[in-house]
Design a protein. Structure first.
Length: 119
């Protein structure tokens, strides 16, 4: 028999744990408490890090949800660090993938000569 967890149960279990943005990611995000005492759960931060397209969109989420007054400059810099680390990781993975594709394409065209080409 399978046991299905509710979203609330999952969030409550992960409150004090750090989470990786994706299973393959090296970026771990912890629950963060702002200078004003607002606690942001790791699951919430992880969700917005993985879904935001730009740093501005990332910041806007927190400002729209909690208000501008809840965050100091240090708070926003810390949160943006999570976002930027994940973006750097994504760009590095995409670059590696592109390089591998280029190497495969070059190897197929100009690699070994066909020994039967002269026949």
């Amino acid at each position: 028999m399978k046991h299905i967890k509710l979203y609330e149960d999952f969030i409550n279990e992960t409150i004090d744990h750090s989470l990786k943005v994706t299973p393959d990611s090296k970026v771990e995000i912890d629950t963060y408490t702002t200078d004003a005492g607002l606690e942001l759960k790791a699951a919430e931060i992880t969700g917005i890090v993985s879904s935001a397209q730009t740093e501005k969109e990332f910041k806007d989420y927190f400002f729209d949800t909690y208000g501008q007054g809840e965050f100091t400059k240090n708070d926003i810099e810390t949160l943006c660090t999570y976002f930027n680390e994940y973006e750097e990781e994504k760009v590095a993975a995409e670059t590696e993938e592109e390089e591998a594709e280029e190497e495969a394409a070059e190897g197929g065209e100009g690699g070994e000569e066909d020994p039967l080409a002269d026949i």
